[in-house]
Write a protein that binds this ligand. Sequence first.
Ligand SMILES: C[S@@+](CC[C@H](N)C(=O)[O-])C[C@H]1O[C@@H](n2cnc3c(N)ncnc32)[C@H](O)[C@@H]1O
Length: 387
Amino acid sequence: MNKNDLHQQPDALPVPEETERERSARLASSIAAKIAVAGGWISFDHYMQEALYSPGMGYYSADGHVFGAGGDFVTAPELGSLFARTLALQCASVLNRLGGGDILEFGGGSGALMAELMLELDRLGKLPERYRIIELSASMRARQRTMLLERAPHCAERVEWLDSWPSSPWHGVALANEVLDAMPVRCFSLHEGEVFERGVSYRENAFVWSERPADPDFSAAVLAALPEPPDRYPDGYQSELNPSLAAWIAGLSENFAAGAALLIDYGDLCAGRYHPARAQGTLRAYYRHRTLNTPFWYPGLCDLTADVDFSGLSNAAVSAGFEIAALDTQANMLLAAGLEEVFAQSWEGAKDTQQQLRLAQEAKQLTLPGEMGERFRAILLSRKMDL
Ligand SMILES: C[S@@+](CC[C@H](N)C(=O)[O-])C[C@H]1O[C@@H](n2cnc3c(N)ncnc32)[C@H](O)[C@@H]1O
């Protein structure tokens, strides 16, 4: 058991503002009450769900900064327009071959991807019939609407928000960037070849990790995900499993008549994702561009994330009836989709050397192995079309 004081300050972290601390305290009490009702222990996905998405209090549901230089992390669409413009080429090609269709974005964040993508598709004369966004957080939806009206107001009538997967058949392109890593995960450890579940208890005003033997279903799911037999792992090995991935892919598949789905995220194939040497797992918390080693520091003020298992994702996609058209690093995916062409055009159109420098910096961040280039992977799924 590993105790993490709720407000113990990891090295040199800025102290959150008072209103933020108050919001976190309300959320912490609410989670603590849920733990008490559950008999003193909840699984980590339950905690993560509350910490990220509890209405009005969770990280993505409140009005905190989240993205960009003043927030906690930067995603590829936030760096500039190269990422969205490159994806636009791929969307245009699919929509062209389908003779039209929709774009469905899952988890739209600030709305930067949607706005830039629509502007570029408009320039290419390939706007989708509808741009639909499935977004869990009401606060994020409001930000997306504001971004749309500021950057691409003439495209606004094509954009709509859905509460769940489309209820009737559709065709086109589905996109999800850095969403699967924000889904709640269950945590486990291995002791002498046995699977234990790492959950959360609340003691002496602090959330603490607390382990118990895993139930048979969770144990079987963990053993099926690991590329090595459990006794090949060091004692105390810790990692995570996303229990919702298969249901998520099945939801995406349900009314998806034809087209492509591009899913991009932090992660690796299972051999790397669950390598015995990664004994501390991949669960991370972010606060103001710093990585924390505890998910319990000021609940609701930090982003929580865990790498995606792209082998599990591929298997789930095939089971749901998709074909895997490509599975590669983000760098290779962007280069194959036309990043060099987009970069050259942007460079030509830059108004001064400062803008050119920013473009060069952006291209490096998107493609260099130590940046997003290889830490992110992309999977391209197809349905009833060759890509
Ligand atoms: C890390 S952000 C990424 C945002 C954006 N795609 C980008 O690349 O900047 C995750 C986004 O997914 C949303 N999200 C997470 N889980 C979701 C779910 N189950 N349904 C809909 N949206 C979800 C969050 O509210 C947030 O907007």
